[in-house]
Design a protein around this ligand. Structure first.
Ligand code: GTP
Length: 571
């Protein structure tokens, strides 16, 4: 596949807005997995993901899709060109945003999925900015339009006001009913640029992820940024300086599918002689041994917010736990691990996590995937203590703090965050209470839809020189002329000719900006009935009365109700 026919994209969204379901549908649509494969959320492979219904690990799948790019001419008998699409599913929860930013490093575009009823939520905002900072092309997808409470127009307005995304770019879908899904892959191919790498340059691969497989050993997920990789190649790691031979190389389609080669811009897997996932440092650059390359930027190290002790439930299981943690941290590089010991629990580990959910998921995975039974200690944030001898230490374990009063603590610091909380106005009160319960200080408070100075004018409508207050509008000066013109034209259409001439004017102050006249007409409903029978006359008079009821007399001019309705449409 030449790079022009490769697209690497990711799906980002707030929790539960339908990323994994949409990913499933795209895999089905391209025949990558069978429809009704009986396994919902194909990319949520881990047991913990299925049980909790959340995505924890970013997964990649390669799909092939035939598509006529930009409507290019295709001669008869010739097939539509096939595109290779790498879809990277990402977690939605804030604790796993580390996984999101890693996935985005291999992408040029992202589908920003927003629930049509819930609208933009906290993680929509956070994930949008992650994608935006990575210079990705963003395709807004308003999903779940099948719901009775779906309000796609409101979501479009949010996308415009919060992210300056063009509402006409938004795709409307239901991953449940399949509505609108046919537009998704064409939009991916048309709007997202191909990967920018150079196929003629020396090989540079970004190590995206790794895990340990009982049979194959360490499996690395890589993005080939420049050059090409073949089975049998000798590769080296910038991080460790170690060299390996490539035993197997291929794509995730969606299971590991050997291809023998990976081209520039492709995302795939590599099995080399790595013995432990410790050697496979996520964010590392791999290159052809003996070539000289500039390392790729890599990833920002994870910032650990919560620490807790992890001990084997049975002290003698320390080695088994050590092994399990080693394996698992290779798959989840955002956990920090140091050995520690406790008088009560024996040998164990102090682990740092990105948040409480991350910690919970780590414990659950240890148990489910490695059969390790653990006792974990109360989580704590890292504090800094200064002792009277002037020394300063970071304390991640309460036990490390001396109870000895001689070594007096002179000062202590706790971590804080500067958070921007975006919420609907009805929740402001409870959220402020919640923040103050956690000793939060309010630094600034503002409305997203803030007021801005504007050049506004009052546009009056005058009928026979008399201004009609109910028809006055406030408009921007630049639009006044057009709106004035439309107003008087509309009114002319809806006001019937009357016994006298009517002038309709739109004016700003004393300046008339548009004018129309309706010429006089003698209107006599009975005119046709001279000599006619009386009951017919009465009927007509009744009808006229009826018509009058729906009229509003302004000054001497009768205005039908529809005229007022029509005026609302002018803006
Ligand atoms: P995380 O993986 O936890 O980040 O969630 P997610 O964004 O992947 O959401 P997921 O695909 O798991 O969908 C959440 C729920 O919404 C599931 O119960 C889906 O069945 C449902 N859902 C997804 N798409 C649609 C849709 O178009 N319409 C309706 N009505 N429900 C949908």
């Amino acid at each position: 596949y030449p790079t022009e026919r490769i697209r690497n994209f990711s799906i980002i969204a707030h929790v539960d807005h339908g990323k994994s379901t949409l990913a499933d549908r795209l895999l089905e649509l391209t025949g990558t997995i069978k429809r009704g494969h009986g396994q919902p959320q194909y990319l949520d492979k881990l047991q913990v993901e299925r049980e909790r219904g959340i995505t924890v690990k970013a997964q990649t799948a390669t799909m092939f899709h035939k598509y006529n790019f930009h409507g290019t001419e295709i001669s008869e008998g010739q097939d539509q060109p096939s595109f290779l699409l790498n879809l990277i599913d990402t977690p939605g929860h804030v604790d796993f945003s580390y996984e999101v930013s890693r996935s985005l490093a291999a992408c040029q575009g992202a589908l920003l999925v927003v629930d049509a009823a819930q609208g933009v939520q906290a993680q929509t905002v956070a994930n949008f900015y992650l994608a935006f900072e990575s210079n990705l092309t963003i395709i807004p997808v308003i999903n779940k339009i099948d719901q009775p409470t779906a309000d796609p127009d409101r979501v479009k307005a949010q996308l415009k006001s919060m992210f300056d995304l063009d509402p006409s770019d938004a795709l409307l879908t239901s991953a449940k009913t399949g509505q609108g899904l046919e537009q998704v892959l064409p939009a991916v191919i048309e709007r997202i640029p191909p990967p920018p790498g150079k196929s003629g340059s020396p090989l540079r691969m970004l190590l995206l992820d790794s895990y340990y497989d009982e049979y194959k050993g360490v499996i690395c997920h890589v993005a080939v940024v420049d050059g090409m990789l073949h089975k049998g190649d000798k590769i080296s790691s910038v991080g460790t300086g170690q060299a390996y031979e490539v035993f197997d190389v291929g794509i995730m389609h969606p299971e590991l599918t050997p291809t023998g080669v990976l081209h520039t811009g492709q995302v795939g897997y590599v099995v080399s002689g790595m013995r432990s996932t410790k050697e496979a440092c996520i964010g590392d650059t791999l290159y052809h041994s003996r070539s000289v390359v500039e390392p790729l930027p890599g990833f920002k190290p994870a910032k650990h917010m919560v620490f807790s002790g992890v001990y084997p439930a049975d002290g003698s299981d320390f080695e088994a736990l050590n092994h399990a943690i080693e394996r698992l941290t290779c798959n989840d590089a955002s956990v920090s691990v140091t050995k520690e010991s406790s008088t009560a629990l024996g040998l164990g580990f102090r682990c740092g996590f990105l948040g409480l959910l991350h910690m919970d998921v780590f414990h659950q995975r240890l148990e489910q995937e490695y059969g390790a039974h653990v006792i974990s200690t109360v989580p704590t944030v890292p504090y800094i203590f200064e002792y009277s001898d002037g020394s300063k230490v970071q304390v991640q374990n309460p036990a490390a703090l001396p109870s000895n009063p001689k070594q007096r603590v002179t000062a202590c610091w706790e971590p804080t965050v500067t958070a921007t909380i975006i919420i609907p106005s009805e929740y402001v009160g409870p959220v402020i209470t919640l923040c103050s319960e956690r000793r939060g200080q309010q630094l600034e408070y503002s409305f997203v839809d803030r007021y801005q100075e504007s050049d506004l004018v009052k546009l009056d409508v005058l009928l026979n020189g008399q201004s009609v207050d109910a028809m006055a509008t406030i408009v921007h000066n630049l639009k006044a002329q057009r709106v004035g013109r439309e107003l008087v034209e509309k009114l002319k259409k809806f006001i019937d000719r009357q016994m006298f001439e009517i002038t309709i004017q739109a004016a700003i102050g004393s300046k008339v900006i548009a004018r129309e006249t309706i010429s006089a007409m003698r209107k006599n409903v009975l005119a046709k009935c001279y000599g006619g029978d009386v009951s017919r006359k009465r009927k007509l008079l009744e009808k006229q009365k009826e018509g009058k009821k729906r009229m509003k007399r302004i000054g001497s001019v009768d205005i039908p109700q529809e005229a007022f309705h029509e005026l609302l449409k002018v803006s």
